[in-house]
Design a protein around this ligand. Structure first.
Ligand SMILES: Nc1ncnc2c1ncn2[C@@H]1O[C@H](COP(=O)(O)OP(=O)(O)O)[C@@H](O)[C@H]1O
Ligand SMILES: [Mg+2]
Length: 259
């Protein structure tokens, strides 16, 4: 990229810009020509029934499955061709629909490994003291995700809800600028959902995110804008209040099985 072009792109106030993003798997068009932007610090919900292409869209953004077509910009920089770790280095994070935790290790060690994993220095085999900056950062993360009291317990002893909270903590390690949450409320009890909403609402305001969510109540509480996907495409875009009462959205959204 030319220097002038790069400088121009740095001035962009969009955290994320997708233009004409598609992803095919053989003959299946899982994501079909999706174009939208999310401004820095914005919180967006993506709704859509099962198979709408939501997770695949996340995969194109993170680079897990790069797009077959189209471009993706992150804070103005074209990241379409970058490998996933380079996107993480730039402050992009995600959580997965299925748990990606070290189940045998305590909560704090999981967070510590996440902090070290995104840090610049190499991993040391020596266990660091409690005053090590990465251990302190891990404790702060445990506090942010309301898991201080179980910080020393192995992940396998946590409830499902606590494990999902921990996944959010892992995504918060380092200096995230934008996070993709893939159905963080799936399988949570009503009390756990309230906890999740509290945690998401308390995130620092400069951190924007996209949350894929089937629970409209959760999505509409944490999102400022909503994008509805249907059959790989953007079906509708709007404010939560408009989307909630939109008859077309209700029809496709309530029509499909969610999962
Ligand atoms: N790795 C893959 N290989 C083949 N097909 C896939 C793959 N990932 C997703 N798909 C297909 O793409 C479509 C969209 O899936 P997905 O993005 O997981 O939808 P959602 O997250 O909205 O439920 C589905 O038909 C799914 O079977
Ligand atoms: Mg999905």
């Amino acid at each position: 990229m030319q220097r002038a072009e790069r400088l121009k792109s740095v001035a962009s106030s969009n955290a994320l810009e997708l233009s004409g993003v598609s992803r095919v798997f053989g003959a299946l068009v899982a994501v079909d020509n999706v174009t939208f932007s999310v401004t820095a610090g914005e919180r967006r919900a993506i709704l859509g029934s099962n198979g709408a292409g939501k997770t695949t869209l996340f995969n194109t953004i993170t680079g897990d499955f790069p797009p077959s077509n189209g471009r993706i910009r992150f804070f103005g920089e074209d990241i379409t061709e970058l490998p996933p770790y380079e996107r993480i280095r730039r402050g992009l994070r995600r959580t997965y629909q299925n748990s990606q935790l070290f189940r045998g290790l305590p909560v704090l060690d999981n967070l510590y490994l996440a902090v070290r994993g995104v840090g610049r220095r190499r991993m040391s085999l020596l266990r660091p003291g409690e005053d090590h900056p990465a251990r302190i950062a891990a404790r702060q993360l445990a506090h942010a995700i309301h898991l201080e009291e179980v910080a020393d317990r192995p992940v396998s002893e946590l409830s499902h809800g606590q494990q999902r909270q921990l996944e959010i903590g892992m995504a918060l390690a380092g200096a995230p600028r934008f996070i993709l949450f893939d159905e963080p409320a799936a399988g949570l009890s009503p009390a756990e959902r309230r906890e999740l909403v509290d945690i998401l609402k308390a995130l620092p305001s400069h951190i924007g995110f996209i949350i894929i969510e089937h629970d409209l109540a959760v999505a509409l509480q944490v999102a400022e804008t909503v994008t509805v996907m249907h059959q790989g495409r953007v079906f509708k875009h709007g404010l939560p209040a408009d989307i909630e009462t939109d008859p077309e959205v209700q029809k496709i959204y309530l029509g499909g099985r969610h999962g």
